[in-house]
Design a protein around this ligand. Structure first.
Ligand code: NAP
Length: 282
């Protein structure tokens, strides 16, 4: 690229979303409602601890109550389902987040699917995923929602573009693919068994990296002028794309940190406020 790439400033997009939420939180307070996000964490995984603390702090800064439920690592599936059911029945709780991963002896899918659809603010339930697929859901997964929100904030058109998504996890790769498809992109989903990945990526107008491998996407895979969305977050604040190399080819790119990450948290806050508002309408 001869022209300079646009750095998609996730921190700024997140600030704009949070500024819009402040007014809505005040209006809810006038009606006696304080949005509340309950986070359930099972065991003592240090990375999960950090994520939960970051989300809790973000809630507090904006006036959302953050309720943390810490469970021992030997908690059974039945005990976890009971805790989630209690939160479903608690009218003071508007959103429920079960921190992933849970210990391997727990049936994680059963736990996710116990979350009430009205409180599934991270789109983790089977029903929430299906609603995202149909384009009717209230709460798509937060990272996919963040990726689309950044594209929209910068008026980057999706319709008719070839989007290549690398990764097919239920929380990221698959839902973002469906969201882009619903916005009339032509979507190719790649995974660990994909052949000729570099050639496929080279045909993309929009590349979404959701691989979980640091600096995985190489600069010479990027078609000149493509838009690169890096959802990756690896140890040492490193994304899933080789940022400096991709920057040379992309027309626009998200950095790590301060790209998709802060907007993901802003979407979680937004979904919690949305859920609280819906309790006033229902
Ligand atoms: P995941 O569940 O481990 O999924 C990774 C996906 O990448 C899988 O579909 C896997 O394919 C694919 N993959 C792995 N190696 C590959 C290869 N060599 N070639 C092509 N595809 C390959 O990870 P995830 O939860 O979706 O997270 C992905 C990344 O996003 C991570 O860096 C994570 O930290 C980050 N993340 C960020 C946020 C945020 O807020 N910014 C939130 C969530 C996750 P298979 O299906 O074939 O195994």
């Amino acid at each position: 690229m001869t022209t300079k790439s646009l750095i998609l400033d996730g921190a700024q997009v997140a600030d704009t979303i949070k500024a819009q939420l402040t007014k809505r939180i005040e209006q809810l307070a006038d009606k006696g409602v304080i949005p509340c996000l309950a986070t359930v964490i099972v065991g003592d995984d240090p990375a999960s601890e950090t994520y939960v603390r970051m989300k809790g702090n973000a809630c507090k800064r904006i006036g959302i109550v953050s309720r943390r439920i810490q469970l021992a690592k030997d908690t059974t599936t039945t005990q976890l389902l009971d805790v989630i059911q209690q939160l479903n029945n608690d009218p003071l709780v508007h959103g429920i987040l079960l921190q992933h991963p849970v210990p391997s002896h727990i049936d994680e899918r059963a736990a996710f699917d116990t979350i009430s659809i009205d409180k599934d603010v991270d789109g983790v339930t089977t029903l929430g995923f299906a609603q995202t697929a149909f384009g009717i859901g209230a709460f798509p997964s937060c990272t996919p929602a963040a990726i689309v929100a950044i594209l929209d904030a910068y008026n980057i058109s999706i319709e008719g573009k070839h989007a290549v998504v690398i990764g097919r996890s239920p929380i990221l790769g698959k839902p973002v693919s469906l969201m882009l498809l619903n916005r009339n992109a032509t979507v190719t989903i790649c995974h660990s068994k994909t052949q000729h990945l570099d050639q496929i990526v080279k045909s993309a107008d929009i590349v979404v990296a959701a691989v979980g491998r640091p600096k995985f996407v190489q600069g010479d895979w990027i078609k000149p002028g493509a838009v690169v969305m890096d959802a990756g977050y690896n140890k040492g604040n490193i994304g899933d794309v080789d940022y400096d190399a991709c920057l040379r080819h992309a027309s626009a790119i998200t950095p790590v940190p301060a790209g998709v990450g802060p907007v993901t948290i802003a979407m979680l806050l937004k979904h919690t406020v949305d859920a609280a508002e819906r309790t006033r309408i229902l």
